[in-house]
Design a protein around this ligand. Structure first.
Ligand code: GLA
Length: 655
């Protein structure tokens, strides 16, 4: 009897203990963010092998890859977090090194310090009583971030009845920082505009303010005409040379003027191109109707008034074969070309010329995409051996921008991996575009191969992607920005480093090319995205669902003072001043002698950041203006200090 009673009590105690132990692997790991494309692994390393740290095997745990973050909400009743951490033995990188950090309620609670491959697992036994917000983070250590596989082995919570819950990121309110544009006109957009003599010209004067507005342009070359109601200038690009204009806008609340230079010569995109690209919203679902809708929305929401002008189709407007990698919609399957070799758009694009006419009628520009290989990245018809014919057709259709990818080109290229081979398709297309009777901005999309920033401009490119697709790495906007900023010396008018599109608002998950849903970034991160891209003078292409733009997203996209930093005629990309591991300044010199400064915090806790005038090359008293709030903060002697939230950028202009 005694033995039975003992067995019952023992079973009961064990059951209670088991219920009180919550393995990390039992939680929803969809909220685990990490670098790269694969899924996080449960009970396996990131590479899919058994979990193993310095030869010690573990049955249970998570195999992830730095940079990796997992946020949890606790209810203050979780007692402990217990685990063994280290670099997984399955990494093929001999020098793989990471650092595990645990942050609770904004404070660093535990860190492993740098851990190398082959180093014994470090035990974690952390008291969490009272903690409500927890972050399990793995950082890269050292230069290379290749195969930084990191294990949270045997990881569990000791939770007396409490249930920890993973979350996307700590909840943050969407605060609209920017005041509404005044009712009186304000002329925005670039101050200088490049074009080639004799080509079709179209420019919509970006202007906020209550309509009707009456526009005027002093010094308008005779080859151009201005529609005084819409503010759209059309005609033929004037003779070679710089044409100085004064743009004017007037309504019942007031008036505005702006100096504007048309530089007719050889260089387009004298300021970073701005617009919208369909990719991260609609992937292979894009249609003519969506493109027209995007143009409507760009005007209706005021994006065009802030300076956005290109409406660009990405991949999947052509036909695919029925056996393409992802079985395509039957309406996107068909012959690639007609008997004369002309590329045939798929059934969702019944009339390209009518579509660009529609976009142009709004004073906007249209962009198109193709790839130098036989197939595009999504497996649709590419331009291989039809480069000139396709480019001519794009011009005839009325396109003003070409994104030229790389996909499938390596299959047809002489496979010597030489720089010449990497350049070849772009040299070819660059030469073709220059001769066309249309201004077509040339965007190279080959992910930075062969240090494209060093030769992109000389072969006729105007902007070039500096890395792979950012959509799969949205948790890395700071890392990507810092990498992109390393190529700042090649950024200049007509030549821009492109770290990929702004993905805020509703975007479709790039990993699965899903339907648009709210982006995973916090409101602060969304502001940071725009601040960093503006400081770097990056092309500003929004790539989210235009039909679901909300006031918060629009306020992030459309602040004219922030955009002015991006569009500054000097064309300088910000210089980085490193302060600590987590904090840095981005300093961009502007044409009027002032500086745009980003006080940047890529870390997980709130930081106090100081911008010293000596780091900016300034002395004495300087006026500081908060650009997001469009508010002067006062005069500051020697330095300016701000409190910057996790993943935040405080963006100011110092003069
Ligand atoms: C590549 C590019 C993306 C997009 C897709 C389309 O991945 O980098 O920007 O154009 O192709 O398939």
């Amino acid at each position: 009897m005694k033995r039975i009673l003992f067995a019952l009590v023992f079973t009961f105690v064990c059951a209670c203990q088991a219920a009180d132990t919550v393995p990390l692997t039992s939680l929803d790991l969809a909220n685990l963010h990490f670098e790269g494309w694969r899924k996080p692994q449960t009970d396996k390393s990131f590479s899919g092998r058994p979990l193993s740290i310095a030869g010690q095997k573990f049955q249970n745990g998570i195999g992830t890859r730095a940079l990796s973050t997992l946020w949890l909400e606790l209810d203050g009743r979780v007692e402990k977090f217990v685990a063994a951490v280290g670099v997984d033995d399955s990494t093929s990188n001999e020098t793989a090194a990471v650092c595990f950090t645990i942050i609770g309620d904004g404070k660093k609670l535990w860190t492993s310090g740098a851990m190398k491959r082959g180093e014994a697992a470090k035990p974690v036994d952390l008291n969490l009583k009272g903690v409500r917000s927890l972050l399990l983070k793995v950082d890269h250590v050292g230069e290379s971030n290749n195969f930084d596989y990191a294990d949270w082995a045997d990881a569990k919570f000791i939770a007396a009845g409490a249930k920890p819950r993973t979350v996307n990121a700590p909840a943050e309110k969407k605060v609209i920082l920017t005041p509404k544009p005044p009712r009186a006109p304000r002329i925005n957009g670039p101050k200088v505009y490049g074009c080639r003599p004799g080509n079709p010209f179209i420019y919509r004067i970006p202007t906020t303010g209550e309509r009707p507005i009456k526009f005027a342009a002093d010094g308008l070359p005779t080859s151009l005409r201005l529609d005084t109601t819409s503010g759209i200038i059309t005609g033929s690009t004037p003779a070679r040379g710089t044409h100085a204009l004064t743009l004017r806008a007037k309504n019942r609340h007031g008036s505005a003027t702006r100096e504007f230079k048309i530089v007719s010569g050889d260089t387009l995109a004298l300021t970073p191109p701005m617009g919208w690209n369909h990719w991260y919203a609609h992937y292979n679902r894009v249609t003519d109707v969506m493109m027209r809708e995007a143009a409507d929305v760009m005007v209706r929401t005021g994006m065009a008034d802030a300076g956005y002008s290109y409406v660009n189709i990405d991949d999947c407007w052509m036909n695919a074969t029925p056996d393409a990698k992802r079985t395509p919609d039957p309406l996107r399957v068909g012959p690639f070309r007609d008997a004369a070799g002309n590329i045939i758009p798929n059934k969702y694009f019944p009339d390209m010329r009518a579509m660009t006419d529609y976009i142009h009628a709004k004073g906007l520009k249209a962009g198109i995409y193709t790839s130098p290989g036989p197939l595009t990245c999504a497996g649709y018809c590419g331009a291989y051996q039809h480069e000139e014919q396709d480019a001519k057709l794009f011009a005839e259709w009325g396109f003003d921008f070409l994104k030229y990818d790389w996909c499938s080109y390596s299959k047809v290229a002489a496979d010597d991996k030489s720089l010449d081979m990497m350049k070849k398709p772009y040299v070819l297309m660059g030469g073709i575009l220059k001769k066309l009777p249309r201004d077509i901005v040339f965007n190279l999309c080959q992910y930075g191969m062969g240090d494209v920033w060093q030769w992109g401009a000389e072969i006729g490119g105007h902007c070039w992607r500096t890395a792979g697709d950012l959509g799969a790495e949205l948790n890395r906007i700071f890392a990507v920005a810092l990498k992109n900023a390393e190529y700042r010396q090649w950024s200049k008018p007509g030549a821009w480093n492109d770290p990929d599109y702004i993905q805020i608002g509703y975007v479709g998950d790039a990993r699965g090319e899903g339907m648009p849903k709210p982006c995973p970034l916090t409101p602060t991160e969304q502001y940071s995205f725009m601040s960093l891209w503006s400081l770097m003078a990056a092309p500003l292409f929004y790539s989210g669902d235009m039909s679901q733009l909300d006031p918060f997203t629009l306020n992030v996209l459309c602040n004219p003072e922030v955009i002015e930093v991006n569009q500054d005629p000097l064309g300088e990309s910000a210089r980085v001043v490193k302060l600590t591991d987590d904090t840095f300044l981005m300093v961009k010199r502007l044409e009027d002698g002032s500086h745009a400064v980003g006080l940047c915090n890529r870390g997980e806790t709130t930081e106090t950041i100081t911008a010293k005038w000596s780091d900016l090359g300034l002395t004495g008293k300087q006026t500081v203006r908060d650009l997001w709030r469009q508010k002067d903060l006062g005069k500051f002697e020697g330095q300016f200090t701000a409190t910057v939230p996790r993943h935040g950028v405080v963006l100011v202009r110092v003069r």
